[in-house]
Write a protein that binds this ligand. Structure first.
Ligand SMILES: *[C@@H]1O[C@H](CO)[C@@H](O)[C@H](O)[C@H]1NC(C)=O
Ligand SMILES: *[C@@H]1O[C@H](CO)[C@@H](O)[C@H](O)[C@H]1NC(C)=O
Ligand SMILES: *[C@@H]1O[C@H](CO)[C@@H](O)[C@H](O)[C@H]1NC(C)=O
Ligand SMILES: *[C@@H]1O[C@H](CO)[C@@H](O)[C@H](O)[C@H]1NC(C)=O
Ligand SMILES: *[C@@H]1O[C@H](CO)[C@@H](O)[C@H](O)[C@H]1NC(C)=O
Ligand SMILES: *[C@@H]1O[C@H](CO)[C@@H](O)[C@H](O)[C@H]1NC(C)=O
Ligand SMILES: CC(=O)N[C@H]1CO[C@H](CO)[C@@H](O)[C@@H]1O
Length: 779
């Protein structure tokens, strides 16, 4: 590899010299993605790379640079390429015929709550999750062999979750490969893990991926192993994280096959150019589902044509592949949801009914509930001196506030040595990790963190005892400290609390709607477990990961919408297995209209702050794997409907004809307007810019997919007092010859009090099925 690069550079210099240039003036070049819409049919695929090269050479000044600057081409699922370009060249290419968009290769990030390089935060799943028992029912009617592709950090093939005992031969339609690479051979694939690919982490490299040293589909982080086992891992008995959350770990669809597309890299993140390659190959390989637990960082909210996930997903869905994505971890701020294109199934995260408690015992023997997973060896009686950060402020620190938060450099190490330190912690503080490292360095014996936001997400504290409490509980500790001369405490061993109520509730980090692209499509779509999820992990050694005297765990407890996404991908795979002919839209509809909105106290789902969850928090609700198998009715969305959506969204006909495969081009209706976006036949309804003065009519078409051909559905409406919601007709009579029926929902204001966002739902029922669509009306 190194040698050919050197030759390339020499050749380049030498040819520049021949052209009379003394020293090449390298303009600043960046990696750009050039997206060119739908790929032509198979017959002309070979010509595609040629045409990409030609296009590239038409804007480059020196012909010799073309091959060197072309990094990747996309030609299966869609057409385009990645190249190293100057700003001017990128602009020139964007004006060429056939080009939809040109954008700098963005770096996307994983949707775990922990940071990329340090395993700090964690959590769990298994027995007590609501998915239980469904696998047996599903197996009894399995007719179709599903393949779930994941775009992620790679996979640990030796994990028990990926053994193929008892599995039948790989389906003939599978065209994927098991790409060899560093510490990964084709024998690492089997009848469970049927495909593995990886892409260059160095997006500057023009090498074919097979030649890149040191990289392979082997997971070096753990995230991809975790998501893959959550989506489709086998049942593994006696799984636990060092004894915690012990039980049987299993994926959402244990009978599905797995194909891993490694698009993320330790030192880089997840380049958009690699994400596009993953989609391009997954579509060609023949996956049924694509699960994507990553997305744009919060500050980068690209339009669909510049978002690698929106682009890849669009072409996947057009070819019948369901795409499930995480909503992001930038909650609870409003409008933080990403991966919100209407062809994507966007997943929010909720808690499950299992928590990890690590309580504090005070000198007066009062117990304070704390959350955390610790591996310390503190005594169980309260014998350790306890001090509040503020009291331990160093002379050089000027701010009591910083000291009360135990910010780095604000505490007097003499005052905290040998003590348990009480610290406030906010989201925007110095990272928890650096705070704890400093406390540990000063020989404190433990830490109690006051954190109202994150208190329900248990972190793992491997080498330093810590736990998290709410500010309410902190008040008790502070008044105890006040009440005595020598306050003492201890932090108790972690216990697993099951059947916790209320659960589920929305995880604080889960990104919220509305979508920043259009508030006329309700996002996120669905919620699933994403806190304290136990699934397979890479065996990782080192004192930051492994408690003293233990072997590296093959499982880990992790939180994030990353963990929620593969739950839904697994459910989608089972729905597909039951109903092989269903489109991605029908599968999405089945999952959304059957979701639940109540918790294990039979009360409405709540958010982290205790308020009732709205569709901006949970979409249609918490996924209900069993109900999703028999939805009764579905809302079909044809690929043409998405084109219509793009017209209404504001894309030009010429742009849209490039991204579609309709042969003679595509014309947007003259009356296209964003006020018709709400008419996309979606399983939820969002009406934006509602004036309250005029009524707003929204159209929907329901398709009967139930076993009864002759069946009548009757509507019921749950509307807030500000809104009058009429559904016409209010009865749908399906027959053998009448499988699809239209209806209208007419929203009008009861008086002029509609302000902000108001929520409700309409539900069709035939007495057996309940087909529910949430709605939001925004003024
Ligand atoms: C290579 O894979 C084996 C498992 O087959 C693992 O034990 C080993 O640690 C891996 N080596 C590296 C460098 O990742
Ligand atoms: C901080 O100030 C106090 C009182 O002014 C003094 O007794 C103590 O020695 C000082 N500590 C340090 C580390 O300078
Ligand atoms: C940190 O966040 C809190 C609220 O969560 C806010 O009140 C405070 O101003 C923020 N501080 C900074 C420095 O941004
Ligand atoms: C602690 O005591 C001081 C003075 O006695 C008082 O001002 C403060 O409010 C008390 N703090 C708490 C948390 O009780
Ligand atoms: C837009 O125009 C088409 C005819 O070009 C018509 O069929 C359709 O109903 C119109 N849509 C709306 C929402 O008015
Ligand atoms: C609007 O109408 C609802 C019910 O029709 C009523 O409860 C509410 O008080 C009214 N608001 C105003 C501002 O009139
Ligand atoms: C997982 C766990 O609970 N680890 C340890 C937490 O700390 C106590 C002692 O304080 C240990 O006994 C636990 O094993």
């Amino acid at each position: 590899m190194r040698r050919s690069v050197v030759i390339g550079v020499f050749f380049y210099l030498w040819s520049s010299v021949l052209q009379g240039k003394v020293w090449p003036q390298e303009e600043k070049r960046e990696v750009y993605v050039v997206y060119m819409g739908a790929a032509p049919d198979d017959s002309s695929k070979d010509l595609l790379r040629e045409s990409h090269l030609q296009l590239l050479s038409s804007v480059l000044t020196r012909e010799q640079q073309v091959e060197k600057n072309l990094i990747r081409t996309y030609k299966h699922g869609f057409s385009g390429f990645t190249a190293r370009l100057s700003k001017e060249e990128a602009l020139a290419i964007s004006k060429k015929a056939g080009v939809v968009s040109v954008f700098v290769d963005p770096i996307y990030q994983l949707h775990t709550t922990r940071s990329w390089d340090f395993l700090q935060r964690t959590s769990l799943e298994t027995d007590s999750n609501p998915d239980d028992g469904r696998e047996d029912t599903a197996a009894s009617r399995q007719t179709y062999d599903t393949i779930i592709g994941l775009l992620d950090t790679g996979i640990w093939p030796e994990s028990l979750s990926f053994k193929d005992d008892g599995m039948t031969d790989v389906p003939k339609r599978w065209k994927g490969v098991c790409m060899e690479g560093s510490n990964f051979t084709s024998s690492n694939c089997n009848k469970k893990l049927i495909g593995a690919r990886y892409y260059s982490s160095d997006s500057d490299s023009a090498m074919p991926p097979e030649q890149i040293n040191g990289i392979s589909a082997r997971d070096t982080y753990g995230h991809g192993t975790h998501t893959a086992s959550t989506a489709a891992g086998n049942s593994v008995m006696d799984a636990s994280y060092y004894g915690l959350a012990a039980g049987t770990a299993k994926g959402g669809s244990t009978s599905s096959r797995i194909a891993m597309y490694r698009v993320c890299f330790d030192d880089v993140g997840c380049p958009g150019s690699a994400i596009l390659s993953g989609f391009d190959d997954a579509i060609a390989d023949g996956v049924d589902m694509i699960s994507v637990s990553l997305g744009a960082p919060a500050y980068y909210q690209p339009d669909f044509e510049k978002d690698p996930i929106a682009i890849g997903a669009f072409h996947a869905v057009a070819k019948g592949v369901t795409v499930v994505c995480s909503a992001g971890n930038d909650g609870p701020s409003s409008s933080s949801v990403v991966n919100a294109a209407p062809w994507i199934l966007t997943v929010a995260a909720t808690t499950i009914d299992r928590f990890f408690e690590s309580d504090v015992i005070l000198g007066d023997n009062k117990a304070i509930k704390g959350d955390g997973i610790n591996f310390s060896s503190l005594k169980k009686s309260p014998v350790y001196p306890l001090i509040y950060g503020e009291t331990a402020r160093s002379n050089s620190s000027s701010s009591d506030r910083s000291a009360s938060h135990c910010d780095v450099g604000t505490l007097d190490s003499k005052k905290i040595q040998g003590k348990i330190v009480l610290c406030k912690h906010l989201k925007n503080d110095t990272s928890e990790t650096s705070k704890l490292e400093e406390l540990k360095g000063s020989e404190a014996v433990g830490a109690i963190l006051i954190d109202d936001l994150e208190k329900d997400v248990a972190n793992t504290y491997i080498s330093f005892p810590a736990t998290k409490i709410s500010s309410q509980e902190a008040a008790e500790i502070l008044s105890y400290i006040n009440s005595t001369k020598n306050p003492v405490a201890t932090i108790l061993p972690t216990v697993t609390v099951t059947k916790y109520r209320p659960a589920p509730s929305v995880a604080y980090f889960s990104s919220r709607g509305p979508s920043s692209q259009t508030s006329s499509i309700l996002k996120p779509d669905i919620a699933a477990p994403g806190v304290n999820i136990l699934a397979s992990w890479i065996p990782r050694s080192g004192s930051s990961y492994v408690p003293p005297g233990q072997k590296p765990s093959a499982f880990n407890l992790v939180s994030g919408t990353s963990m929620a996404c593969p739950h839904v991908a697994g459910v989608a795979a089972i729905v597909k297995a039951w109903n092989p002919s269903w489109s991605p839209a029908a599968i999405r509809s089945a999952i959304m209209t059957t979701a639940t909105q109540v918790n294990n106290e039979k009360a409405p789902l709540t958010t982290d702050s205790g308020s009732t969850a709205t569709p901006y928090d949970i979409g249609a609700g918490e996924v209900s794997p069993t109900a999703a198998l028999q939805p009764g009715l579905v809302y079909e969305t044809e690929p043409g409907d998405y084109l219509q959506f793009l017209c209404n969204y504001g894309y030009s006909s010429s742009k849209i004809s490039l991204i579609t495969t309709i042969p003679e081009g595509f014309e947007c209706p003259k009356n296209s307007s964003n006020e018709f976006i709400s008419d996309l036949n979606y399983p939820s309804i969002a009406v934006s810019s509602f004036s309250g003065k005029e009524s707003k009519t929204v159209n929907r078409i329901a398709t009967n997919v139930g076993s009864e051909e002759d069946v009548t559905y009757i509507v019921s409406v749950n509307a807030p007092s500000e809104l009058d919601v009429k559904v016409t007709p209010n009865k749908l009579h399906f027959t053998k010859n009448m499988k699809k029926l239209c209806y209208q929902v007419i929203f009008s204001a009861t008086n002029s009090s509609v302000k902000g966002d108001v929520f409700g739902s309409i539900t069709w029922s035939d007495g057996v099925h309940r087909v529910r669509s949430p709605f939001v009306v925004t003024t």
